[in-house]
Design a protein around this ligand. Structure first.
Ligand code: HEM
Length: 206
């Protein structure tokens, strides 16, 4: 019979181990730039969170009339662009190296869930800008969600969108990214596909 305490104990020991987080050797294939894209995504996310926390602490619209906060707002916007840019490149890398192989299916799934949560996290950010663009988006998207039976998500309610963008979605996203990275550390990075020897390899190309 499964012993939950023992299973949890082993998992916690693996996750907390120094070998998991500070490996002294790294496979050669994992040293290229393509394998840095996940870390660049995670680093951009850290900048998004710090700049976003500064904006939230000062309250809605503060970034419109305070020039220092306008800089923080621009940092928030561009780090979010970088986050999505690097995430797409990372997604291509993990797709083309078949990174779900070798028991990394859950790592893949957690990455995909993070991607899906990142979309409404960014979108709700556009809704709390308070300009005509965000109002237009809110009203159009509200009709769409109503049609889907999700009427309780009121995109024109800036308080609800503030809570979604600043608390609920970023915390959920942070948790999923943390689990994703924990699994990467536990399972390590996927080795390249084995080289395929072509049957025509002896044919001389002139
Ligand atoms: C939310 C954004 C994401 C962050 C912060 C992130 C972070 C990372 C990091 C730091 C690694 C280690 C290797 C590397 O840097 O390339 C990694 C590996 C991996 N990622 Fe992501 N990732 C994200 C999104 C995704 C998505 C969308 C997928 C696929 C649907 C995915 C699938 C994987 C898989 C399967 C691995 C493990 C195998 C390997 O690295 O070869 N990740 N991720």
């Amino acid at each position: 019979m499964a012993n939950w305490t023992l299973t949890t104990k082993k998992l916690v020991a693996d996750v907390m181990s120094a070998d998991t987080w500070l490996p002294s050797e790294m496979p050669e294939y994992a040293q290229g730039f393509m394998y840095m894209l996940g870390s660049l995504t995670a680093s951009s996310f850290v900048v998004v969170c710090i700049s976003g926390a500064l904006l939230a602490m000062n309250g809605p619209d503060s970034w419109v009339y305070n020039s220092a906060l306008r800089f923080v707002d621009a940092t928030h916007f561009w780090s979010a662009q970088a986050f999505f840019f690097f995430m797409m490149l990372h997604l291509w890398r993990v797709f083309f190296t078949g990174a779900w192989r070798g028991g990394r299916g859950r790592t893949w799934l957690l990455g995909a869930i993070a991607f899906l949560i990142a979309i409404p996290t960014a979108f709700t950010g556009f809704l709390i800008n308070g300009d005509l663009y965000s109002e237009w988006n809110a009203v159009q998207a509200k009709d769409g969600l109503n049609a889907l039976g999700l009427g309780w998500v009121n995109l024109t309610n800036s308080g609800q969108m503030f809570a979604m963008h600043v608390v609920i979605l970023p915390l959920t996203l942070s948790a999923v990214i943390a689990l994703h990275i924990i699994r990467v550390r536990l399972k390590s990075v996927v080795p390249p596909y084995p080289e395929v020897k072509s049957s025509n390899s002896k044919v001389e190309v002139k």
